[in-house]
Design a protein around this ligand. Sequence first.
Ligand SMILES: Nc1ncnc2c1ncn2[C@@H]1O[C@H](COP(=O)(O)OP(=O)(O)OP(=O)(O)O)[C@@H](O)[C@H]1O
Ligand SMILES: O=P(O)(O)OC[C@H]1O[C@H](OP(=O)(O)OP(=O)(O)O)[C@H](O)[C@@H]1O
Length: 212
Amino acid sequence: MSDSLTFAVPKGRILDEALPVMARAGVVPEDAFHDKANRSLTFATTRSDMNIIRVRAFDVATFVAHGAAQLGIVGSDVIEEFDYADLYAPVDLDIGHCHLAVAEPKEGAASVDGASHVRVATKYPNLTRRFFEQRGVQAECVKLNGAMEIAPALGLAGRIVDLVSSGQTLKDNGLVETGHILDISARLIVNRAALKTDPRVAALVDAFRRDV
Ligand SMILES: Nc1ncnc2c1ncn2[C@@H]1O[C@H](COP(=O)(O)OP(=O)(O)OP(=O)(O)O)[C@@H](O)[C@H]1O
Ligand SMILES: O=P(O)(O)OC[C@H]1O[C@H](OP(=O)(O)OP(=O)(O)O)[C@H](O)[C@@H]1O
């Protein structure tokens, strides 16, 4: 097998926690990866047959699902939102813990009981619609890519669905949690076809499994 493997990692906050886990499984990027001034998106590793790409969290899942990268690390929020058939998430890495929640302004927070329709600002329209549908409520989603917490104060939507960890961001923006949707942690993801055809992918899954 001479083709190079590609390992996709998110640029965001999971990365610092992921690097030691990756190192224990033998995935170690070249020094240039840690140089903030370096604008390259592809980096060599200490393995001559593997490169690392650094992309946005949602795009990690897309690259791996399409086989453009064989492996990656991503939050389970992203996996659940996309629900790609070609993506397999064999290892919970026990990092990047947070949860997906519904939140509303502290003043005037109301339960959805009785409402048949709600307007929600979120980066997660699929998970949001599914959550409300299960409660018999139709959710109209306004897709945002960040800073969801300011949407209610500006009248964009009555509620938000976003990630919560310490709860500080909700508190600082006058919001309270009114629904718990999903507990989240980061996972090793692999392309199903690559796992079947390339023994190096299965060996890496075993290495990550041994590590956690
Ligand atoms: N407050 C948090 N605490 C713990 N984990 C979080 C938190 N926020 C996000 N995460 C996890 O980190 C992942 C990446 O989040 P982050 O927003 O930092 O990524 P990103 O690559 O900057 O994304 P994008 O560039 O698309 O906004 C999320 O998908 C989630 O799994
Ligand atoms: O409960 P907390 O500990 O306050 O964390 C929650 C915040 O963390 C994430 O945002 P992030 O900081 O990644 O910025 P973003 O809005 O650019 O995604 C998330 O979208 C919340 O805004």
